[in-house]
Design a protein around this ligand. Structure first.
Ligand code: AMP
Length: 214
């Protein structure tokens, strides 16, 4: 089963992809995570992508093409995958179509999570990530800002550089100008299903699973 999950930054794509990955036992491929790891490890890709990612701009399509071709053709994706963060441009959507056509036949789902921009800004400016377990939290849901409730890590929270308000607003601008046409591309083919991302996390997951079963 192959799932492509869409939505503006902060709609909860990563959280939902993580839940679906556990429930369906297929890997979660996040192009944002791949880039952030490359930046952390200071690889050639990381050095090239750092400024763009941290300012909320897109990494060029040709660089993303190499990453996506490699990862989706990897053995770990044989049983399927949940792709989060790709495609973000029409060029990327066309390449993904080609890649999917080249893979053995399997069911495919294109799902979008929908949330208003102002709700997203609120969510992202209050978002913290645990550097040990990778879980994401809202500041208001944390009883203690020093201890991670999932892994008990101490002083492990950090705020992503691209979660500063000015960067979030730029990421939303990029989403509306460049990625919205990708959603229209899939909608015009009758392939995209929308789910309301303002519901509680488990309800959103339930609706996404229902779309897959439908
Ligand atoms: P995300 O975690 O998906 O919000 O991605 C974080 C950042 O990584 C984005 O703001 C972009 O700078 C970069 N990025 C991730 N996926 C892509 C992509 N498909 N095309 C271009 N840039 C990307």
């Amino acid at each position: 089963m192959r799932i492509v999950i869409f939505g503006a930054p902060g709609v909860g794509k990563g959280t939902q992809a993580h839940i679906l990955s556990e429930k369906l036992d297929i890997p979660h491929i996040s192009t944002g995570d791949i880039l952030r790891n490359a930046i952390k490890n200071e690889t050639a890709l990381g050095l090239e992508a750092k400024k763009l990612v941290e300012s909320g701009n897109l990494v060029p399509d040709d660089i993303m093409a190499g990453i996506v071709k490699d990862v989706l053709s990897d053995k770990s994706c044989e049983k399927g995958f949940i792709l989060d963060g790709y495609p973000r441009t029409l060029e990327q959507a066309r390449l993904l179509d080609e890649i999917l056509k080249s893979l053995p036949v399997d069911s495919q789902y294109f799902l979008a999570i929908d949330v208003d921009d102002e709700v997203i800004v609120q969510r992202l400016t209050n978002r913290l990530t645990c550097k040990i377990c990778g879980n994401i939290f809202n500041i208001s849901d944390l009883r203690d800002l020093k201890i991670c409730p999932k892994c008990n890590g101490i002083d492990s929270f950090f705020k992503r550089k691209d979660d500063e308000e000015s960067v979030i607003r730029n990421r939303l601008k990029v989403f509306h100008s460049t990625t919205k046409p990708v959603l229209e591309y899939y909608t015009s083919q009758g392939r995209l299903k929308y789910v309301d991302g303002t519901m509680p996390v488990d309800k959103v997951a339930e609706e996404l699973l229902q779309e897959i079963k439908a």
